[in-house]
Unconditional design. Structure first.
Length: 680
């Protein structure tokens, strides 16, 4: 770094401070006083870590002798146990410090600024896992007096500054976004066109100890210029223009409704909105005045939009602990746009993030509506991507969606109220993906205007690469070897699992809880266990060792436990598999294989066997129909914990299906297991 000089060899000043030219050509002004203050702050923090380490070493020194430690532990009282716990906390703090994880600690050695109940929803420890790094670039949208240098003292504070600073090769850089902050973005969202490099990724993570809340990136703006059009029903209007937008009141979606001729007829109840001829009408919750309440309209396409740079080796981007909300089409997207130079795309990781309040709910095409969206490109798939410990909610489409990926992993994530697929949609061009230990709940369009979401749990689509919707891969070669196991799928609106073709897929050891009264109340049809379609050869997917359980319904429902949409036969996407449990909870009409004409269980199995389809020959059924092989008491399902009780172990051992349930172990014929991982 060198001083910037003018033609007369005088030092150039920027905002009263001397300007320097960095090695990469960028120019920065140096605030000497701020730099000294920051160095002093960091020195003080380092001293506190050293003192914590020394305290831990001193406290633990008497316990180096294992025998002495054992004798001491045998005699200590409850008060000493508390002291011992504090020693362990200090030891852990020192270990993190010694390993270079410079995390702010409180006096008890606990990381500050982390809510252990919310930030680690599925057991992903953001700090101990090393996902939180010390920033090299600081961003705080609340720092309105900042000079905008990107330092801790003068962080970047606007979307424009950040998009300019984070561009191109960002290898080894760490963008810290202030905890507790809310960044409102416009246009295509906070768009960072970047790449890192192997072993030197570009990282985005929270910083600061003033708040426990994750930093929020929001694609919404507050709207206050409303006109009252119906005082009796508290209906208001705003001239939105040619584009319709989703809207929320205090973070709760105001559901969209169809136009019924006039505002009053269109909005019969509070908490609803309707768009007609460029005008947006809203009837807020609880009679609120929208001019004074928190009405937000999502105008940005995506909240956080990371575009992988158009270079030969792109990717190497890690995102941790960011909350992306109120995107018109998506919450957090990582993908490539320009493709001319890309030869490889790898190492995209998203950990401990949230995406909520996503997507436009409309009767016509409403865009992706996904919480998290990974997008590779044709010919160059995104390799070895990882999403873990994340949470998606209130999405008009999928919680998580992958396009053109290879070896992607979706591990220990959760979702609630995503109308597409609550676990994942593998849309097109995906291979060798692992979908494991995820929980997805309530995927239905019951409260939506849109009628076309998938309303499922896991969908292995067979969409042709880079084709329009509805163009399937007739060769069954572009989507293959994808695995979904040990997942819990609760209350899907239409089906637990769907697959449209490809080859080598696996859907095993999952638990699917279907609740027709919750997802389709009053309807004739209830949700299906699984659904296959297309022209793939028999055996393109293995469906084994799953538990499909229907909660009790107040009305008789028509249930299709296994839905072979193309019928039984060769090249009709017939699955193979065995040792599933199908447990409708009360009498109803049961259809096996939508086009198979097999009404009863034994007829279903015999037709499969006659057609050479090795499916469900040793599976079990509970149902009030002839030849049902499972009694409800044997299953002993607990609808509160979503898993069977001990009665199942006794009852099913005699039936040779398995002696254990949901222990998370891969299937072995000698020790068969059914359902998802223990603890879910």
């Amino acid at each position: 770094m060198k001083l910037k000089l003018d033609a007369n060899v005088n030092v150039v000043l920027q905002d009263g401070e001397p300007a320097y030219i960095l090695d990469d050509g960028r120019e920065v002004a140096d605030d000497a006083a701020a730099t000294v203050a920051e160095i002093s702050s960091l020195n003080g923090e380092a001293m506190s870590h050293r003192q914590a380490k020394e305290a831990a070493e001193a406290a633990l020194k008497p316990f180096k002798d294992a025998a002495a430690a054992s004798q001491t532990m045998a005699n200590i009282n409850s008060g000493d146990l508390t002291t011992a716990a504090k020693v362990q906390e200090i030891k852990d703090a020192a270990t993190r410090s010694a390993n270079g994880k410079l995390v702010p600690m409180d006096q008890q050695g606990n990381p500050q600024g982390l809510s252990w109940l919310s930030d680690t929803l599925t057991g992903i420890d953001l700090y101990a896992g090393g996902f939180i790094c010390r920033p090299t670039i600081f961003f705080d949208p609340g720092a309105t007096a900042s000079l905008g240098y990107g330092t801790m003292q003068h962080p970047y504070s606007t979307q424009e500054q950040l998009e300019t600073a984070c561009r191109g090769d960002m290898s080894g850089e760490v963008l810290g976004i202030k905890r507790g902050s809310i960044t409102r973005v416009a246009g295509k969202g906070l768009t960072l066109t970047v790449h890192g490099s192997p072993s030197r990724p570009f990282t985005i993570c929270p910083y600061g100890i003033e708040s426990e809340a994750l930093p929020v990136i929001s694609g919404a703006v507050f709207v206050t210029d409303w006109t009252l059009v119906d005082a009796a029903k508290n209906i208001w209007s705003n001239p939105m223009g040619a584009r319709e937008y989703p809207c929320w009141q205090s973070g709760v979606r105001i559901n969209n409704r169809a136009w019924a001729g006039n505002p009053a007829a269109s909005l019969p109840a509070p908490g609803a909105s309707v768009y007609q001829a460029g005008v947006f009408y809203v009837r807020p919750f609880e009679g609120a005045d929208p001019r004074r309440s928190a009405i937000e309209i999502a105008k940005a396409d995506v909240a956080l939009n990371i575009i992988l740079d158009n270079v030969a080796a792109t990717g190497y981007v890690h995102v941790c602990g960011i909350q992306a909300v109120m995107g018109y089409g998506c919450g957090l997207r990582v993908g490539a746009d320009a493709q001319t130079k890309i030869a490889t795309m790898a190492d995209v990781r998203i950990t401990g993030c949230r995406a909520s309040n996503i997507g436009l709910d409309a009767a016509t095409a409403q865009g992706p509506g996904d919480g998290f969206w990974l997008v590779g490109i044709d010919k160059v798939r995104m390799k070895d991507a990882l999403i873990q410990g994340c949470y998606a909610s209130d999405c008009t489409n999928n919680a998580y969606e992958f396009i053109n990926t290879s070896g992607a992993k979706l591990i220990k994530n959760m979702s609630l109220d995503c109308s597409g697929n609550s676990i994942v949609e593998l849309w097109s061009g995906n291979d060798n993906c692992l979908i494991q230990h995820n929980v997805g709940e309530f995927s239905t369009a019951l409260h939506r205007l849109a009628v076309d979401p998938a309303q499922g749990g896991v969908w292995f689509s067979n969409q042709a690469v880079d084709q329009e919707i509805g163009i399937e891969d007739a060769t069954n070669t572009e989507n293959f070897n994808n695995i979904a196991r040990f997942n819990l799928i609760i209350s899907p609106g239409q089906r637990g699992f769907a697959a449209g073709g490809g080859h080598g897929h696996v859907f095993q050891h999952n638990t699917v809880i279907l609740d027709p009264d919750a997802t389709t109340p009053g309807g004739y049809y209830g949700a299906n266990a699984w659904f296959t379609y297309g022209n793939a050869p028999t055996g393109f997917v293995d469906i084994s060792n799953n538990l499909f359980y229907w909660r009790a319904s107040v009305t008789t429902r028509h249930l299709s436990c296994g839905d072979l949409r193309a019928g039984i036969g060769a090249n009709k996407s017939n699955p193979v598999g065995d040792k599933n449990i199908y447990c409708p909870a009360n009498p109803g009409n049961y259809n096996w294989g939508f086009n198979s004409d097999a009404t009863y269980w034994m007829e279903w199995k015999s037709r499969l066997l006659a057609a050479g389809v090795a499916l469900d020959q040793n599976s079990l059924l509970y149902a009030p129909e002839p030849n049902a092989s499972l009694k409800r008491l044997q299953l002993g399902f607990n609808e509160l914990t979503n898993r069977p009780i001990s009665a199942m172990a006794r009852g099913l051992t005699a039936l040779a299906v398995g002696s254990r349930y949901c222990d998370g172990q891969p299937y072995r014929p000698s020790v068969a297991t059914i359902g998802a991982l223990n603890g879910y």
